[in-house]
Design a binder for this molecule. Structure first.
Ligand code: KG4
Ligand code: ZN
Length: 338
């Protein structure tokens, strides 16, 4: 038949994922999370690659089964080439190369950060899609970028973090407070019952549109150390207020530069992407500020915020249309640029 059926594979960090996309529409999107990292406060690279090795075959089988598609029906395989953890990337890359070779179908490399952004083009019920050029605030565990998106694969980074990513700032704060990894969703939850103005945390002032979050994390650490001397129960008693104040500071920092960048470039289509775009304050603030600024705003469905192969499959689909394929000599690149 005439359908274009793309199998997407994502293995850049700690989620093993496979997705089947038919003519731009996601039919299945299976994600295996790795619980092994919970107690370490962050992803342990060696454990991540081992878990990918165990997950990749069953996850791909499940994605094909759920979509009711056989391997032989696939048009192409799209995989994450980078950026990410090299050991993790090698698992998805090698698997994709082998399967494409065995099936004699095209192989497509995808940049993980472009995948996060292109998730906005997955067919959805509202049928609303960003118009080029738009600005995307991509916020994940490894990256924080303000990206000017001129076309599907023509993107320019206007600003980015010079140290910790926004997701990392959430996760490190959670670790300091004794919460498991990933701490972002937990801080989001606790913050719902807290006062965002309870404790003042500093906002880094950088030139241009760059971010810095490492000072924020350090200020939380010193603040808690000081308070814990006076009251060993300080964190337990004030968890909601600490989380709300800390989260408020991160979100305020993000919007400060986003506003500057959109005004300077005269852009009104604004999107968010990446794991932190699941954050409830970021989502509600984008809607509130968007109304105020007369923006067209684009917020991904929760399932396409954190790492998933659906976003890799949709990026692969647009490359498939342009016949942008790679050969068997392709290797992963942990620091692949947008
Ligand atoms: O995009 P992603 O799944 O993986 C990377 O490419 O890094 O992002 C994961 C990050 C983690 O730091 C996690 O704590 C954060 O996204 N995150 C959140 C929320 N959900 C996930 N941060 C704040 N609030 C959330 N609701
Ligand atoms: Zn990601």
């Amino acid at each position: 038949n005439n359908s274009t059926i793309i199998l997407g594979i994502e293995s850049s960090c700690d989620d093993t994922s496979a997705s089947v996309l038919i003519n731009g529409k996601i039919i299945s999107n299976i994600v295996a999370n790795q619980a092994v990292h919970e107690s370490f406060g962050g992803v342990v690279p060696e454990l991540a690659s081992r878990a990918h090795q165990q997950n990749i075959v069953p996850v791909v089988a499940a994605a094909l089964k759920e979509a009711n598609v056989s391997k032989e029906e696939l048009s192409a395989i799209a995989f994450t080439r980078g950026p990410g953890l090299l050991g993790s990337l090698i698992v998805g890359t090698s698997f994709s190369k082998s399967l494409a070779l065995a099936l004699d179908i095209p192989l497509i490399e995808v940049n993980h950060m472009q995948g996060h952004i292109l998730a906005h083009f997955i067919q959805n019920d509202s049928n609303r899609y960003p118009q080029f050029p738009f600005i995307c605030l991509t916020v994940s565990g490894g990256h924080t970028q303000i990206v000017l998106v001129k076309d599907y694969f023509e993107m320019e980074i206007l600003g980015e973090t010079i140290d910790d990513a926004a997701g990392e700032a959430f996760d490190k704060a959670a670790k300091i407070m004794g919460l498991p990894y990933p701490g972002g969703p937990l801080i989001d939850q606790f913050a719902k019952n807290g006062n965002p103005k309870a404790y003042p945390f500093p906002i880094a002032n950088l030139e241009g549109y760059n971010f810095s979050f490492s000072g924020l994390k350090t200020s939380l650490l010193y603040f808690l150390k000081k308070e814990l001397v006076k009251d060993p129960e300080f964190i337990t008693k004030n968890k909601a207020d600490i989380c709300a104040s800390y989260q408020h500071t991160i979100i305020k920092t993000l919007f400060k530069n986003l506003l500057k960048a959109t005004r300077a470039n005269n852009i009104t289509n604004i999107a968010i992407a990446g794991g932190v775009s699941a954050n409830s304050l970021l989502r509600s603030e984008l809607e509130r500020i968007g109304k105020q600024e007369h923006w067209e705003t684009f917020i991904p469905n929760f399932e396409y915020c954190t790492d998933n192969a659906g976003m890799i499959a949709i990026a692969g689909y647009y490359k498939y249309l342009k016949k942008e394929f790679v050969g068997q000599d392709i290797t992963p690149n942990a620091r692949l640029k947008i």
